[in-house]
Ligand binder design. Structure first.
Ligand SMILES: O=C(O)c1cc(C(=O)O)c2c(n1)C(=O)C(=O)c1cc(C(=O)O)[nH]c1-2
Ligand SMILES: [Ca+2]
Length: 703
């Protein structure tokens, strides 16, 4: 743990309040206090609308750099910064918390929870964290390895720490905790790794567990948890005699949205996908019975004080595609059919935009916001999707739109109170799903029960990805349930959005641009190089009357999916940053594209079987950080270019822990010498493709 002295004196010099003095009253009145961004989505309602308008359509093109803060890691950053009274609190990779002077980028303190790097083997999506929450002078971080830590906002010292989950199981935490009414709420991740998801509430002062709600029922008996009261009802929707879920827990991990609703006194939980994905392997369906697998893929409302079940709406009954309902939620009031309705707006992975009644979880409307092939619509009467009968891919592979990458994933959407539109980073990313008859559960790896075929290997992948995967920024009218405008974007891994009273929407793109759009029309008013993608939601705050725009800049995170293959910045392992902009700031720095040629790879004699085994093991154990087709997302070394590739012995040493302190986990429990050599042969093949392509380009006649 590193500390920087002087944090408190600096804060007290600029502000009379003690640091992070956030309480219920202050959060409830967040709209009267737009200088601060005190909770994940700015207000309890999480609409990510900033009432600050000093930066507006007329002057946004004059934004320059206020400051830029360098983190210690090159890994992915997904956090939304929190700003209270001139101090920013943010996490970088490995759940490291930074407190920064929000006016000049000066580091006040850093708290490193020292997450064991082996935890990386349980994380699907890089060593990421979506940020902290603050309450009554403390900053709370949920660590990748499952702890909830309360930190003194004055000096970065730990006040208390709780282990929130069974660390012998493949759980992680990537989500940001939320604070309300003296409690800290936190979920977890790991549905693909074999866990049973739950949400917990801890006393903010003492760290004592107040309640717990399990997303899936315990077939062995009650848990002594808040979810016990609905256990029987949930069990009726599972096969209690067969299925992987009896061993793994069935998934449902709630890894992102947790929204406190002060108007209906509800904590809204977005629940996750099933584990494994394939329902017929997870919990074989029983003809003539309900096979919905509650409470997977649902918007679930519980009592914030006790965790008692209130109501739910299951968006994807019998989830089988990695269709999480964990995506960010916006609470608002809409005039629908002449009356004011308290609604929850949700654009989950499954591709439908839902308007849900916050008083009873009733469906008000649902319309596709992206092409959808698994269902033709949602029946307004029953609230159930009208499924395409082939979409469950049991008899034949099926091209599912959207796929588990999401019609929309965790990247926060925002809503403008001026236009009434919701700004969604959309992914149009169909994928072929087929049942995996050879499914075996593997520790330390992704377990889906699905042969999920994405792309061919090698140079062909790039073309395929360009053609098939489309991303765009979508402005959506939630009352009419229709598109207002869209702007096509490169790739699908674009960042979250922020709407402001300046009539603007801000968003980062996967190729590292940062843009401001006219919120009414989608016209691009500002478009700069942010150095690296701003994946999380941008925020705006002000100190002493000056408005700032803050975004992160990092590689890694979800960019391993496709962004890396499309990006010109591949292999550019610079440190992650927080970039803050203001009117009249310094000029945007020029950042030349880094040339990073592939060295000639070694020739490794390998049979076709060996290459296939290498490819399979690569996808199980390496892809999550080092990228599809061995094309790194830029936050971790590009394995096609690592010097360790050149000789088998050093390569094996690295896979078996030689670089464990730098973040490369030790895989010796799962990968034996022959497995490692097969992976090396596979990567050498990918490296040869890249090498030959580069040679061809180099020697091509100049046109
Ligand atoms: O089921 C889960 O437990 C789980 C966890 C996470 C996570 O914690 O980040 C993701 C997903 N699933 C997931 O399906 C997914 O698409 C995803 C994307 C990301 C990301 O950070 O970009 N995380 C996750
Ligand atoms: Ca998942």
């Amino acid at each position: 743990m590193a500390l920087a002295a002087g944090a408190f004196s600096l804060i007290s010099a600029t502000n009379p309040r003690r640091p992070a003095a956030v309480d219920q009253a202050r959060l409830e009145q967040a709209d009267a206090d737009p200088a601060n961004w005190m909770t994940h989505g700015r207000t309890f309602n999480e609409d990510r609308y900033s009432p600050l308008g000093a930066i507006n359509r007329q002057n946004v093109s004059k934004l320059g750099v206020a400051w830029s803060y360098e983190m210690r890691e090159s890994r992915g950053v997904e956090a939304t910064p929190i700003v209270v009274d001139g101090v920013m609190y943010i996490t970088s990779a490995w759940s490291i918390v930074h407190a920064i002077d929000a006016t000049n980028g000066k580091e006040l303190w850093v708290y490193d929870p020292e997450v064991p790097r082996i935890t990386g083997t349980k994380a699907c999506c890089d060593a990421i964290s979506r940020g902290v929450t603050v309450w009554n002078g403390k900053v709370y971080v949920a660590t990748l390895d499952g702890r909830l830590v309360a930190i003194d906002a004055r000096n970065g010292r730990k006040v208390w720490e709780q282990v929130t989950l069974d660390r012998s199981k493949p759980y992680t935490i990537t989500g940001a905790p939320r604070a309300a009414r003296g409690l800290i709420y936190i979920g977890n991740s790991g549905s693909e790794y074999g866990v049973r998801g739950f949400v917990s509430a801890y006393d903010a002062e003492t760290g004592k567990l107040r309640w717990r709600f399990y997303i899936t029922p315990n077939p062995k008996g009650p848990d002594g948890a808040a979810s016990d009261s609905v256990r029987d009802r949930a069990l009726e929707t599972w096969n209690t005699a067969a299925g992987e879920w009896l061993r793994s827990g069935g998934g449902g991990a709630s890894w992102d949205a947790l929204v406190f609703d002060k108007e209906t006194n509800t904590l809204w939980i977005g629940t996750g996908n099933g584990g494994p994905w394939n329902r017929e392997l997870r919990s074989p369906s029983i003809p003539g019975r309900n096979n919905d697998n509650l409470y997977l893929s649902s918007v679930l409302g519980v009592d914030p004080d006790t965790g008692a079940y209130k109501c739910h709406y299951q968006e994807t009954p019998g989830e089988t595609w990695d269709f999480t309902a964990t995506q960010p939620m916006i609470l608002t009031t809409l005039k629908i059919g002449g009356s004011d309705r308290r609604v929850l707006l949700h654009a989950p992975k499954n591709g439908f935009f839902y308007v849900i009644d916050r008083t009873n979880c009733g469906l008000i409307s649902a319309k596709p916001f992206v092409p959808v092939s698994w269902a033709t619509g949602v029946d307004p009467k029953s609230g159930r999707p009208i499924e395409n009968p082939e979409a469950r891919f049991q008899s034949a592979p099926f091209l599912v739109s959207p796929s588990g990458w999401g019609g929309h994933n965790w990247h926060p959407m925002s809503m403008s109170r001026q236009t009434g539109l919701v700004y969604i980073p959309v992914r149009d990313a169909p994928v072929h799903y087929a049942a995996d008859p050879a499914f075996v559960h593997r520790e330390g790896s992704y377990n889906t029960g699905t042969a999920y075929t994405a792309f061919p290997e090698g140079p062909a992948a790039r073309e395929m990805i360009r053609k098939l995967l489309k991303g765009y920024l979508l402005a959506w009218d939630p009352v009419q349930q229709k598109e207002a405008w869209r702007v096509p974007l490169p790739g699908i891994d674009n960042g979250g959005t922020l709407a402001t009273a300046g009539g603007l929407v801000f968003q980062g793109t996967v190729d590292g641009r940062l843009r401001a759009y006219n919120a009414r029309t989608g016209a691009i008013l500002w478009d700069i190089d942010n150095g690296a993608p701003a994946f999380g939601g941008p925020i705006s705050y002000s100190v002493k009357g000056r408005q700032y725009l803050a975004v992160t800049a990092s590689f890694g995170t979800p960019a391993y999916l496709t962004g890396a293959i499309l990006s010109t910045k591949v292999g550019d392992m610079r440190k992650s940053r927080v970039n803050v902009y203001r009117l009249g700031g310094a000029p945007i720095p020029k950042r030349p594209v880094v040339e990073n040629p592939t060295p000639e790879p070694p020739v490794i004699a390998a049979s076709e079987e060996m290459l296939q085994a290498g490819s399979l093991n690569y996808s199980h154990y390496c892809l999550g950080c080092h990228g599809m087709s061995a094309v790194s997302g830029g936050a971790t070394p590009d394995l096609r270019r690592t010097p360790y590739l050149q000789d088998g012995e050093s390569f094996r040493a690295v896979v078996h822990g030689a670089l464990a302190t730098s973040g490369m986990p030790n895989f010796s429990a799962w990968l034996k010498d022959a497995d490692v050599e097969a992976i090396r042969a596979y990567i050498a093949g990918r490296a040869r493709d890249a090498f030959q392509e580069e040679q061809k380009r180099k020697h091509a006649p100049v046109k």
